[in-house]
Design a protein around this ligand. Structure first.
Ligand SMILES: [Fe+2]
Ligand SMILES: [Fe+2]
Length: 272
C-alpha cells in the first residue's frame, strides 16, 4: 500500500466514534431498525480490520526506517573506531553501562534499547579531528586541546538534522558527554539538569571505562580503584562532575559495570 493510502489515524478514530454513536441511537428503542444496526456493526468491524492492517504497515515502515538509520550510524561508528585510539570494545562497553543505568532508572525496554544503540556514537566527531592530534601521546594543552574538545560539536553536526529519535539521542550524547554536573566540563560548560540525562549517563560509563583502560597518560586501574576515583575523586576526576542521582545508582550497580568490563574486554563482532 502506498503511503497516501494509509488512513489518517485521527480521521479513522473520528469515523469509529461516529459509527458508534449511530449504533447507540439506532439501538435505543427502535427494534424495527435492527437490520441497520447489524449492517453498521459489520462495517465497523471491516473498518477496524483495514485500520489494523494500515497501522501494521505503518509500524513496519517506521521500524525499517529506524533500522536504516541504525545501519548508517554503525558505519559512522566503525569509521570513528578506525580513526581513534579507542578500541571498538570500549565503545561497546559504554553501550552496556548506559543500558544498566537506564534499566535502574526504570526506563522502558524501548528507551533502554535506544540509549544502547545511541551511546556508541559519543566520539563520532573524532572523525573530523586531525590524525596527528589523535595519535599524540600524553595530555594536550592550548590550541591542541581546544581542537580535540571540538569533537563534541563536530559529532553533533554530523548527527543533527534528522527526526529519528535514535539520531537525536545520539546527537545529544555526542555534544554533552564531556559536560560536568558542576559546570566544569566542555564544550558549553552546562550545569546540572541543563545537561540531557543521556549525556550524564554516557559520561559516567565513559569515565569508568577510561579508568579501567590503559591510556597514553595512565595505566589501567582495577575496578576498586576506578570506583574510588569516581566516588571520592583524584587529581583529574571529582565526584562533583557526576549527576549525584547517577552516582547513587553507580553505588548499587558497580559490580555490573565490572562484569561488563571483564566480559567485553575484546570486541563483540555482533555489534560493530
Ligand atoms: Fe569524547
Ligand atoms: Fe569514549
Amino acid at each position: 500500500m502506498a503511503r497516501e493510502e494509509v488512513p489518517d489515524l485521527a480521521a479513522a478514530k473520528e469515523t469509529i466514534r461516529l459509527l458508534d454513536a449511530q449504533i447507540k441511537t439506532l439501538t435505543r428503542g427502535e427494534k424495527s431498525r435492527q437490520r441497520e444496526v447489524v449492517v453498521f456493526e459489520r462495517k465497523l468491524r471491516e473498518f477496524a480490520v483495514d485500520l489494523e492492517f494500515a497501522l501494521e504497515l505503518e509500524r513496519r515502515r517506521s521500524a525499517e526506517l529506524e533500522q536504516a538509520y541504525y545501519d548508517m550510524v554503525l558505519r559512522l561508528t566503525r569509521a570513528s573506531v578506525y580513526k581513534d585510539n579507542e578500541t571498538g570494545a570500549h565503545i561497546q562497553r559504554v553501550s552496556y553501562y548506559a543500558r544498566i543505568i537506564a534499566r535502574h532508572m526504570g526506563w522502558s525496554e524501548a528507551d533502554q534499547e535506544l540509549i544502547f544503540r545511541a551511546a556508541p556514537m559519543h566520539d563520532v566527531g573524532k572523525i573530523a579531528i586531525p590524525d596527528a592530534l589523535i595519535r599524540k601521546r600524553g595530555s594536550l594543552d592550548g590550541e591542541d586541546r581546544k581542537i580535540m574538545e571540538s569533537h563534541t560539536l563536530r559529532g553533533a553536526q554530523l548527527l543533527e538534522g534528522s527526526n529519528s529519535r535514535l539520531l537525536e539521542m545520539a546527537r545529544d550524547i555526542a555534544v554533552t558527554h564531556h559536560e560536568h554536573w558542576d559546570g566544569s566540563g566542555y564544550p558549553r560548560r552546562l550545569q546540572g539538569n541543563q545537561i540531557p540525562i543521556v549525556g550524564r549517563i554516557v559520561m559516567l560509563g565513559d569515565n569508568y571505562d577510561a579508568l579501567r583502560s590503559q591510556r597514553s597518560y595512565k595505566k589501567s586501574f582495577p575496578h576498586e580503584k576506578a570506583c574510588r576515583i569516581i566516588l571520592e575523586g583524584d587529581a583529574r576526576t571529582r565526584p562533583e562532575h557526576f549527576d549525584p542521582q547517577l552516582l547513587e545508582i553507580f553505588r548499587v550497580v558497580h559490580l555490573e559495570f565490572k562484569e561488563v568490563f571483564e566480559r567485553f574486554e575484546h570486541e563483540d563482532p555482533a555489534i560493530l
